[in-house]
Design a protein around this ligand. Sequence first.
Ligand code: URA
Length: 185
Amino acid sequence: MSVLEEIAEQIRGCTRCRLCEGRTQAVPGVGPEDAEIMFIGEAPGRDEDTQGEPFVGPAGQMLTQLLAGIGVDRGDVYITNICKCRPPSNRTPRPDEVEACREYLDGQIAAIRPTLICTLGAPALKTLLDDATLSVMKLNGTVLERHHLTFVPLIHPAAGLHQDRMRQPIQDGFRRLGEILTELR
Ligand code: URA
């Protein structure tokens, strides 16, 4: 069993926080073990909790489309969340829940060793960069180097499902990500 599979097994049996009580199943992550890019969202929603895979609901369809728009196949990237279990009524994960899951996330990053980590939404940005003052709107589509890792913060695709005015900034962030990838290659 690979390190990533071992982590996934631990996540599936995890009882470190209260979110284990309401879940249908935990959602460890999906994608190649040697993915160049990792996408890290907030937490599973209803569809993800049912299917055991991240970003398979409406936000996931949006993500798949945005990736296709910059020539990236969803199957080539690793996708996960800062929290692996669905919070009740899709509320934002609480700090102790994020903390309980942190070791799994750090383990996944260490196992995959991606060239680029794209955070989706404010909670993922603040958690991964350990800085609650960061603004995803300001940093959308920029490159940040921290902890010997390279991050590109992006606005969460789900924001575009709720607010039309967010669609353009979301697309702008992904367009910049496309440019960053072209420069890297
Ligand atoms: N939103 C997230 O942040 N993660 C998912 O897996 C689905 C929706």
